[in-house]
Design a protein around this ligand. Sequence first.
Ligand SMILES: [Zn+2]
Length: 283
Amino acid sequence: MTDRWVEVGQGVLVRRHDELDLSTGLVIGDRGCLVIDTRCDLGQGAELAEAVRALTSLPWQVVITHAHFDHCLGTAALLPATVWAHLGCRDDLAAGGARQHAEARQHGFGAAEQVRPVVPDRVVAQRSELDLGGRQVVLAHLGPGHTDHDLIVAVPDAGVVFAGDLVEQAAPPAFEDAFPLHWPGTVSAMLALDVLTRWPTHSKGPTVVPGHGHPVDRRFVTTQRDELADLAAGCQAVVAGRLDIAGLLRRSPFDAATTRTALHRATAGNPTPCRLRPADETG
Ligand SMILES: [Zn+2]
């Protein structure tokens, strides 16, 4: 696969990238456009900027769905621009980017580019609306999930939601910074948005764009929400002593490594944390 645009609505495009099967986005209005996420490093951000400029010369704004390196380290290549993010994302990036660069290096990116990440200058607490000229775009934080600061980007007139990593198509959901017990409810809140429930059934879509992998439909997201809920219930059963870890690994909809990370996150803030032991992981 080479990087390419996929149109998911009129003037609403997904750019599919080779690295990490990542998706970025572009929403084009009459007076401006919005770029959604900026890739893994400055060079990739510059390629994205060039690809946007091949489609439109309108002034752009940028929104970062969350502070993981693959979604935010290319932002400097799009400056000057207004950059939107959730408060938690802003604070994370304002810390200087050491964590993002370490994660990027782990994945083989950005070794030569130790620049500080761009700190977003416009903060979303729960919901903001942007007027791009002739169309509104909604930025919303629906609760903890993949991180504590995920933003979704809804384009109501096109029936499209960019979900960031709240939804994953290319791989299992990633739990390293997640809130496994809250994540299913946050996806339910997304599924309940007007943009997804009131889209005319005779039309194509509605479409949800995951942070990684191909655009998906409501059914895919509903199934993934149910899997997240199964895993959350299993983690709660382990915490309550009703299920052992081997039993959780057997019933989990996800692979063992994903399940163990989710359990660790689910119990990290618990007053009686459950400890993983090597013997627990073999059953
Ligand atoms: Zn992520």
